[in-house]
Design a protein around this ligand. Sequence first.
Ligand code: 2AM
Length: 171
Amino acid sequence: TLDTPQRLFFALWPSDEARAALAGWRDALPRPGGRPTAARNLHLTLAFAGDVDAETRTCLEQAAARVRGEPFSLPLDRLGVFKRGLLWTGPADCPAALSTLAGDLAGVLRDCGVRPDPCPFHAHITLIRRMNGRLPGVDPPGLTWQAKAFCLVRSRPGQGYEVLKTYPLQG
Ligand code: 2AM
């Protein structure tokens, strides 16, 4: 029904080329095991809203449209492992435009009555979940994403992600 909560988050969504390059790099890792993120789902979460009702979704859409961010380059020059064997890549140094954007979107969540994740923002793209071993002894991808927009995305358990809205970063 219309009142069924939807699980939403804001994210950077890569171009098809950037996604294919990163998926190709990841798929060439030597025997990592675990559950790789499907190439079509690779993204960087900016602010996680969680399950929200229709009214809150409308609020998020409207508040996000007022965010003014700058386009930026995102070097994927770091590789790391979080708990439960989550292999990620991201920038070694978070670009200022990215920190600002994530902070502004945390403000959007608050303005719409959503409590932002208490964990500090840590820019990362999940490559593999539940990897068995340690950090693979390889260099980071060394690819660079060009961030020209951010997106409001819906997560449907078992069905992947759906980009609902795209907001350009144009200063
Ligand atoms: P993760 O890849 O590190 O798990 C959709 O779930 C996206 O939101 C994922 O990128 C996930 O990050 C991120 N996310 C951030 N906080 C979350 C939370 N509390 N619960 C679920 N996903 C969260």
